[in-house]
Design a protein around this ligand. Structure first.
Ligand code: ZN
Length: 155
C-alpha cells in the first residue's frame, strides 16, 4: 500500500523564529501571543523604546514600563522580495516587508500580507496576529479598507 499523496501544506514551520524567552524582547512576544502589541515606555521621559534597550536612548534612564500600543498605522515604505534569503521563505516569494509608522509613535517592520497589488506607501494598515508555533505568534501588516485614511471615500 502506498502513502496517500499530501495535499495540505507541510505543518512544520521552517522559517527562523524569535526567542520568546529573551529577557529584553520577551514581553513583546508574550504580548503578541495575547493579541496585544506591547512596547517599553521610558518611565522618566515617556519615550517608547523600540527596539527595546536597557537604557533609554533619549535620557539614559534604565526604568521602563511595558504598555499596549494600538496595532495600527501607516505604511511608511516597503520592499518586495523576489528571492528567498532563507529556504523557509521559498513558498512565499514574491512577498512584501514594510515599515509602519504606528499611530502611537515608533516604527515597526514586518511582513505585509498579500495581495501585493493592494500595497502602497501611505496605506492604512493594521496588525494581524499569526500563530506560527504553539510558542510564537508573529505580527503581520494588512492593508485595511483599501489603504485609504478613514473618512476618505473611494472614487
Ligand atoms: Zn527616557
Amino acid at each position: 500500500m502506498t502513502e496517500p499523496s499530501r495535499t495540505e501544506a507541510d505543518p512544520i514551520y521552517t522559517k527562523p523564529l524569535p526567542h520568546p524567552n529573551d529577557p529584553e524582547t520577551g514581553p513583546f512576544w508574550e504580548g503578541l501571543r495575547e493579541r496585544r502589541l506591547r512596547m517599553p515606555r521610558c518611565s522618566a521621559c515617556g519615550y517608547v523604546r523600540w527596539p527595546p534597550a536597557r537604557l533609554c536612548p533619549e535620557c539614559l534612564s534604565p526604568d521602563a514600563v511595558w504598555e499596549d500600543l494600538r496595532p495600527t498605522g501607516e505604511l511608511w515604505s516597503y520592499i518586495v522580495y523576489h528571492r528567498a534569503f532563507h529556504p523557509g521563505f521559498k513558498g512565499d516569494i514574491p512577498y512584501a516587508v514594510g515599515r509602519v509608522s504606528l499611530d502611537d509613535g515608533p516604527s515597526l517592520i514586518a511582513q505585509v500580507t498579500p495581495p501585493l497589488e493592494g500595497i502602497f506607501v501611505g496605506a492604512r494598515v493594521e496588525g494581524v496576529f499569526e500563530d506560527v508555533t504553539p510558542e510564537v505568534t508573529l505580527l503581520r501588516w494588512a492593508v485595511v479598507d483599501g489603504g485609504r485614511p478613514s473618512g476618505q471615500e473611494a472614487h
